[in-house]
Write a protein of this length. Structure first.
Length: 115
């Protein structure tokens, strides 16, 4: 199993920045993908960005050019740098790990962007 712990959420004004972290521990396979999802109140959980173990990335259209996903494989940690934040970015942000046979979620971290 893989355990995930997110950190870095908080309250920020529109136009500001935050950096989220997701620390993974446990049986981490060499081939995997890690991702950030978010869920706003009353809405479905949606993909924000994903990064594979070899560094390939993909982003939701709504965050392209503002958010950057990265990972440090030596530290088993993934990051999400969020710039130019908007009120519509307000949500609980979840970290997800997956490989061919298994996936797990973190507990989530709240991001609130005030206008």
């Amino acid at each position: 199993q893989v355990q995930l712990v997110e950190s870095g959420g908080g309250l920020v004004q529109a136009g500001g920045s935050l950096r989220l972290s997701c620390a993974a521990s446990g049986s981490i396979s060499s081939i995997n993908a890690m991702a950030w999802y978010r869920q706003a109140p009353g809405k479905q959980r949606t993909l924000v960005a994903i990064i594979t173990n070899d560094g390939s990335t993909n982003y939701a259209d709504s965050v392209k050019g503002r958010f950057t996903i990265s990972r440090d494989n030596a530290k088993n940690t993934m990051y999400l740098q969020m710039n130019s934040l908007k009120p519509e970015d307000t949500a609980v942000y979840y970290c997800r790990y997956s490989n061919t046979y298994y996936s797990s979620w973190g507990q989530g971290t709240q991001v609130t962007v005030s206008s």
